[in-house]
Design a protein around this ligand. Sequence first.
Ligand code: PGA
Length: 253
Amino acid sequence: MRKKIVAGNWKMNKTMDEAVALTSEIVNMAKDEVRNDAQVILCPPALYLTTIQKYITDLPNFAIAAQNVSDKLSGAYTGEISAVMLQSIGIKYVLIGHSERRQYFNEDNALLAEKVNISLAHGISPIFCCGESLNQRQNEDYIGFVKNQLTESLFHLSEEQLLNIVIAYEPIWAIGTGMTASAEQAQEMHAALRAHIASKYGQEVADNISILYGGSVSAASAPELFQAPDIDGGLVGGACLKSRDFTEIIKAR
Ligand code: PGA
């Protein structure tokens, strides 16, 4: 059965000292809360990956994710980080398709499909982010829009490959705004995405894919969201930068 996952996306925040302090606080407070079927994933800036990794090596239910990966294998791409490099330091997850990457770095569904492919080829599981804007929610077929993000970036994968993907539904209007989607709104989308996966790969595969909700998840909103049948945890931004808040969210899972 699918895993319950709480992932913390630190984005471009924290100095090295602050990153280390945050990690040790989270590990100390949360390590006894995370049991067999559950996973906590920390997504620090790339510069800190190897340092943060040392704090979780003995904790099987903790993992580290990179926030980005290049779609290229190697070569003259100044500033980029490749899947080979991430693999060489033992990274198991990577965020792909975050709305900030789509918006500020013009990453489209076709490019994201390349990033998904190159990650899987190097044993790294993509946490594939998708979600609609407020304008799309109000004026368009917003469910169709998000389903299409999956179709165009993931549906070329084999069943075996798809089972290595985690999906994070993150409505853009909820990210960093304090405007969390209601449990009903999130559940509606999660159920639609699971049905979409089932229509292509069958129900059994769909039932084994973790679909996380992201967008202003807080210690207050997490319990109700995580109760919903198709919400398998959260991708947390702002609230993951405070150890106490993040631990409360981990406990809510
Ligand atoms: P937020 O960010 O929790 O601050 O809204 C979520 C995300 O961008 O992954």
